[in-house]
Design a protein around this ligand. Sequence first.
Ligand SMILES: [Zn+2]
Length: 335
Amino acid sequence: MERYSRQMLFKPIGKVGQQKISEKHVLILGCGALGSANADNLARAGVGKLTLIDRDYVEISNLQRQQLYTEQDVYNQIPKAIAAKKRLQEINSEIDIEAHVMDASVTSLEPLLTGIDLVMDATDNFDTRFLLNDMLQKYSIPWIFGSCVGSTGMSYTILPNQTPCLRCLLDAIPVSGATCDSVGIISPAVQMVVAHQTTEALKILIENQKSLRTSLVTFDLWNNHYHMMKVDRAKKQTCPACGETPNYPALDYQSTTKSEVLCGRNTVQIRTSQKQNLNLLKERLERIAPVKVNDFLISIEYESYRLVFFQDGRTLIHGTNSIEKAKSIYYQLAG
Ligand SMILES: [Zn+2]
């Protein structure tokens, strides 16, 4: 086990901890900046199995902070989950990695939770985090919340039946509409959140609960703030996810055919419940304009728009914030 010698020399982990790490299965939801860096750390640390989930593909503006990707991935429009898996297997071929190109929904996520020891939140929106929150409370799986924008970030470790959940914390968390697509982000803010997330992950994986941080950490690297907030008392008995009679609101509605504007990205996502036959679609689209194809998606430049069709039935329409406009272009092209 030469590979992990330095980690095993670290007393709190040791040989016993390393063995535990190698037996664990971590799910990472989102393979953007937080997901890349967490996955990189956990793969190098020797986590036995990683499940990666992401709905997007690699774009040039990702390279500034999403450390697993290359210009070649951008050129080939490789889905992030696939590109991440490939890179991580080059880093550590001894671990097992599963990649899913998909949207996180109740129906898509539930079957993937079997055998999961820990979930890393690397999403970029609160809708998905609430879905995660409610689902993981229901299945009693610990998870580590993380978010960052600009030069700020925060993280908190959520243990079902013990700590407050994300819904309980909402009063303490400054949720603004800011996203990294609207106000930007610097890479060290990502790394700082990930340092907190991965460290907590290692503690959970070696079952060293008493070392967990227990406070909500928030920081602003540019303005030199660093704050630990005690939130033990935020846990609410009436919480719909972790209270005495939970009803898990985010698990209620199953939106399999929902269209949505991707916040701050001038992009609309259209979802159909059926998988797309990329070969048939390719023949059709090629008559309209040149297309770019790989095993996972087809993209086409049309007027001032770029449409990207994924196998799982989703389509991204870049170049508009209007669902109506996006739908009309989608139906013109895909019928
Ligand atoms: Zn709660």
